[in-house]
Write a protein that binds this ligand. Structure first.
Ligand code: NAD
Length: 430
């Protein structure tokens, strides 16, 4: 077995790195050539973004249509590997559009930086000293980022509390920072490191962790939309279900998620299908969004759905979502990834807050579409139609053969690679 302790891998050029990996994993020339296809992002750009680069992993970038948010039309770029997501978002946005589209709002872009203080002899006294000197601490934090301050952001507030743990009492300081159009992690982390010394002095403790919290409770986004009963009935021709019945089914599905953690988890996964796809398309830190969303979903002591549904006076479906969305238009990969730059331009958003409002609306559309499908025909029908195309490709179908093989498998309700190969052979014989 070859060894993985390759010394100085980062110092080697792309070809040498490829040869090392080729030898280690027994890749053939064809496989190495796949890795050499860098696409829109050159090796130089990729190698500056992360370490030890040998290739770029490419994802399909689709456009979700029909989105109207706060009266404005958007074409929404979504990068994701899973079939059905873009289609579902577009379909749900089309229904919402008939009742005016999504109404979204975002709170100010306040992120929390945390400083952990250990070995504090008198936690109460430390909390009081830090609070008393909060203006000085905020001023010091702002010295670390004059650019952010120039744009109207910067450190705004300090919150301090004692925390009981198995390793004794700690004092935890929260630095609240308005990060404007940045995601904010670097900005906040830098400030936390800058003020740590002063905080140690005031608390007579030892500052250890100094890091942003991804639970951005002050940076949440809300979006809501009305899904009309007639529109739901007409958009999804499914059996004999009337619009009112579809809405009842969706409400049953929602209340399942609101009260059951197993269902809530998958409900929220479906929401993040949309949120993450826009995040990846636009070069955002989707792990930060995931962590924040799921922690927010359990903030009231019970993990629950990030969406809410009820009927309005006319019996139409009123859908709402609220979640933290920390995204940026400056910093991170937004400006370095060439496709992300174009995706932001397609979207036409001018602020991070506007981007967050689009993402929340996409998450809501995604959830409505999933609940509608699950609560009526089940999701496999639509899913498998698209999945069949992947299976056809796996079986070796090319060009027009893909649709033909996929259609036949769907018709036969037998979507398997072996069957796809047989159909392909039959097609070729013809
Ligand atoms: P950044 O530091 O690259 O950019 C933010 C800076 O841009 C600000 O501090 C400010 O000086 C400047 N700026 C210029 N114009 C601005 C404007 N209009 N609004 C706001 N700032 C403006 O990036 P960041 O957003 O601070 O950090 C994001 C990166 O940090 C991401 O790549 C993320 O993956 C990474 N990160 C995340 C975590 C985490 O989430 N836990 C931890 C560490 C790093």
């Amino acid at each position: 077995m070859p060894a993985s302790d390759v010394s100085g891998f980062y110092k080697k050029g792309i070809e040498e790195r490829l040869q090392i990996v080729k030898g280690f994993a027994g890749l053939n020339d064809e496989e190495v050539n796949e890795l050499r296809k860098f696409g829109a992002m050159s090796f130089d750009v990729a190698d500056r973004m992360i370490e030890n680069v040998i290739a770029t992993q490419q994802l399909p970038l689709g456009i979700a249509t029909n989105f109207k948010i706060n009266g404005r039309d958007y074409l929404v770029p979504m990068a994701v590997e899973e079939p059905s997501i873009v289609a579902a978002a577009s379909k749900a946005a089309g229904i919402a559009r008939l009742s005016g589209g999504f109404k979204a709002e975002a709170s100010p872009p306040i992120m929390i930086g945390q400083i952990q203080l250990l070995n504090v002899k008198d936690p109460e006294k430390a909390v009081a000293a830090i609070e008393k000197n909060s203006r000085t601490i905020i001023g010091l934090a702002n010295e670390a980022d004059p650019v952010l301050v120039k744009f109207g952001g910067g450190a705004k507030k300090i919150e301090t509390r004692a925390l009981d743990t198995e390793r004794g009492k700690m004092v935890i300081v929260h630095l609240l920072v308005d990060v404007r159009d940045a995601m904010g992690a670097n900005a906040v982390n830098t400030m936390c490191e800058k003020i740590a010394g002063k905080i140690e002095e005031l608390s007579k403790g030892e500052a250890r962790l100094r890091i942003i919290s991804n639970l951005a409770v002050y940076r949440t986004v809300k979006s809501r939309a009305v899904f009309g009963k007639k529109a739901l009935e007409e958009s999804f021709k499914q059996g004999n279900l009337k619009g009112e019945e579809i809405i009842e089914h969706i409400l049953d599905a929602y209340h399942f998620a609101a009260n059951d953690v197993f269902r809530a988890c998958t409900n929220n996964k479906g929401i993040m299908n949309g949120v993450d796809a826009v995040a990846i398309a636009t070069g955002q830190d989707f792990r930060a969004l995931e962590a924040g969303a799921h922690a927010f979903a359990s903030l009231k002591g019970k993990y629950t759905a990030l969406t809410r549904y009820r009927k309005d006076r006319e019996g139409n479906l009123l859908a709402e979502i609220e979640l933290p969305i920390a995204v940026g238009l400056v910093g991170g990969a937004v400006k370095t990834s060439p496709v992300a730059r174009v995706a932001v331009k397609i979207l036409g958003v001018k602020t991070a807050s506007e981007l967050a409002q689009v993402m929340a609306s996409v998450g809501l559309a995604q959830n409505l579409a999933a609940l509608r499908a699950l609560a009526t025909e089940g999701i496999q029908k639509g899913h498998m139609r698209l999945h069949a195309k992947n299976i056809a490709v796996m079986a070796g179908a090319k060009g027009k053969e893909i649709d033909a093989v996929a259609a036949k498998m769907v018709e036969e309700k037998n979507i398997m690679v072996d069957r796809a190969k047989e159909i392909l052979l039959e097609l070729k014989k013809k």
